[in-house]
Design a protein around this ligand. Structure first.
Ligand SMILES: [Zn+2]
Length: 654
């Protein structure tokens, strides 16, 4: 019942979404085949030859090079690196549809309307601040301050920087007739005066850096007080208080601008502030983001990991920067990510460094960034020196403490990977500290047991249970493998069965009676077949449209598109199904009658059947199968024991 409601809603969202327009927002598309298909440069790999196809009649897309594919939901999942639910929410909002309650994330989140209103108010405020900075004579001080920091007018526009004048109710008066105090308060732009009643603006006499979510919607502001302000005694930086749209631990500054370059380069550079991030972009380093005045936490790591495998922390060379890096280290080491750190020489911050030495110098340094592990090692060597046994012991101790802190998920492949990494680290430590690897391993084991006895957990191999972990860092479901390029005959038969059903959905009836999903070897094809059966059981036709609607997994969605595409190209004749049903029947009979492992026969790859099977090639395949089956039976019949099976001779119909 729920399932049906959900599918209805998904269908509603999908039918209200024009895939061509959606993809067109990030890819320049040109028509092909009389305007039914469109092609463009694939945004999911470094494409130079348009390989991304959008099929308007199917409302599906596929890249012929990197194999990305699916429907509108898959596209948003891939583009924004979000889960299905978020993609659905985003597309529903885009289509102006109210999301049914069972789809809402939290029990008491704001309603869609309230949320939309919030986005609207923040975007409006951003516009007010931005225009004021660019145009008002009162903003001269602010413009001068930004220029002094090296920020160009172009960057001010690109990052939509703003300024709030030195008036306590400026924004409130700007909002008059448009938004209420309650609207402004909901997004934390105003505060209530203590005791005396009334409201005041939050960012008086501050330069404002709008903070956007990954969908480029402004949700908050970072405010820098002007140095000559009469409020300069207060906090130098002030962020919007957290509220439902703005959770500091889940956002980084500049991600909206940096996202594409991060994905393409598979590298994200993290700086400590707004100006460092803006300056980097201004100098052409476009994969740079900034933290929001908070230490990097697990959520940030999970967020960044969605976009790139390599993270370079570029913090100030001062002591505070070093401490921040050291703190971040454990969090990154525990995730499957290539963490590097870069400390700028002479305690310069990135903005200063860029102004003094230029972008190429910084690029060169980024190339030399060291692995986080190495960074930590250098720090402790600096701290203790390498010259005495005692100091080497302390270095070892401190490095092992980190290994102990690293939690690794069981079963998710991470544990095995981490063990591998741990071995490498142990090997390197042994070499550098001139002690035996066995000694280090024993020492590590002792420390682990001691910890376990203290009940503190923290041994390397407990399941991850980090606070605030979101679903993305949960152990993943087993991935759906792509279609094998050299399918076994069983896999070919499974694919052909789906081609038949996708092309002639009415045939599901006979297929359902004779072939069960359990007979499928390929896990993805099996899932697709199951979906066909479920759809049929509900009294609906198992068309590609219906099937893909029930898929929330990216791998499966990609597979569905590929099967659909092959079905359309091969356009198998209606009698394909009958051939397949014969194949499955013969296989069952063989399995029943044979004591020999049928798999040996079944796993043999089919020779010379490139591309999708057509009914012609299948005819050939069926004959070949039959020939093999006969040979097998003949050889068995020659056996001296003469264990003849009654069914054997009837095994050759046709
Ligand atoms: Zn691609």
């Amino acid at each position: 019942m729920n399932r049906l409601l959900n599918d209805d809603f998904k269908e509603q969202v999908r039918s209200r979404t024009d895939l061509l327009a959606l993809v067109g927002e990030s890819v320049a598309l040109r028509p092909q085949r009389g305007g039914r298909d469109y092609v463009g440069l694939c945004p999911f790999h470094d494409d130079h030859n348009p390989s991304m196809h959008v099929y308007t009649d199917r409302q599906s897309f596929r890249c012929w090079v990197c194999d990305a594919g699916g429907d509108c939901f898959s596209f948003v999942m891939l583009r924004d690196r979000v889960e299905f639910r978020e993609a659905l929410e985003l597309l529903a909002n885009r289509a102006g549809l109210e999301i049914p309650r069972q789809y809402k994330a939290g029990p008491a989140g704001p309603t869609v309307d309230a949320k939309q209103k919030m986005y609207q108010v923040v975007a409006w405020a951003e516009q007010q601040f931005h225009e004021f900075l660019l145009e008002s004579p009162q903003a001269l001080r602010a413009r001068r301050y930004l220029r002094d920091r090296g920020i160009s007018d172009q960057s001010m526009v690109q990052f939509r920087l703003g300024y709030h004048p030195d008036e306590w109710e400026w924004l409130i008066s700007q909002a008059r007739g448009k938004y209420t105090i309650a609207d402004l308060a909901a997004v934390k732009l105003v505060k209530e005066r203590d005791g005396r009643g009334g409201w005041y603006d939050c960012f008086v006499d501050r330069v404002l850096f709008p903070i956007r979510d990954a969908q480029r919607r402004p949700v908050a502001f970072g405010g820098r007080v002007l140095p000559d302000s009469r409020y300069s005694e207060g906090a130098k930086y002030l962020n919007t208080d957290e509220y439902s749209l703005f959770l500091k631990s889940k956002l980084v500054y500049g991600l909206d601008e940096a996202r594409e370059t991060i994905s393409k380069s598979d590298t994200v550079v993290v700086t400590e502030g707004y100006t460092d991030c803006i300056m980097a972009h201004q100098y052409g380093l476009k994969n740079v983001v900034g933290t929001l005045g908070t230490a990097l936490n697990d959520n940030h790591v999970s967020l960044l990991k969605r976009f790139a495998r390599r993270v370079i922390l570029m913090f100030d060379g001062d002591v505070a920067g070093q401490k921040a890096t050291e703190r971040a280290l454990v969090k990154f080491l525990s995730q499957e990510i290539d963490l590097r750190t870069l400390t700028l020489p002479g305690g310069q911050d990135p903005a200063d460094f860029l102004i003094a030495h230029g972008a190429d110098a910084l690029r060169a340094l980024l190339h030399q960034s060291v692995e986080a592990w190495e960074y930590k090692y250098r720090l402790v060597v600096e701290r203790y020196g390498l010259d005495s046994i005692d100091s080497r012991h302390r270095i070892l101790q401190e490095m092992l403490e980190i290994l102990l802190e690293v939690p690794a998920a069981e079963g998710a492949g991470l544990a095995a990977k981490w063990r591998e990494r741990e071995q490498i680290i142990v090997g390197r430590l042994a070499q550098r500290l001139k002690v035996g690897e066995a000694f280090i391993r024993d020492r590590l084991q002792d420390l682990r047991s001691a910890r376990q006895q203290r009940g503190g957990g923290g041994n390397g191999f407990r399941p991850v249970d980090l606070p605030g972990n979101d679903s993305r860092s949960q152990p993943a479901k087993p991935a759906i493998p792509p279609l094998p390029s050299n399918p076994s005959r069983d896999e070919q038969a499974e694919l052909d069965l789906l081609l038949a059903v996708f092309t002639h959905p009415e045939q599901i009836e006979s297929a359902a009676r004779q072939v069960t999903p359990a007979e499928f070897q390929h896990v993805g094809l099996r899932r697709l077949y199951e979906l066909c059966l479920m759809t049929h059981a509900r009294g609906e036709s198992p068309s590609f449209e219906k099937i893909s609607l029930q898929i929330e997994d990216l791998g499966l969605s990609r597979l569905a598109v590929e099967v659909d595409e092959r079905a359309r190209r091969a356009a198998p004749r209606p009698d394909l199904l009958q051939h397949l049903l014969d194949y499955y029947r013969r296989r069952r009979e063989l399995e029943m009658h044979s004591t020999e492992p049928v798999h040996e026969l079944a796993e043999e790859p089919i020779a010379a059947v490139p591309g999708p099977a057509t009914s012609e090639t299948l005819d050939e395949m069926a004959k070949e199968r039959l020939r093999r089956a006969m040979r097998l039976h003949a050889s068995r019949a020659r056996r001296p024991t003469g264990m003849a099976h009654p069914g054997e001779t009837t095994d050759a119909p046709v």
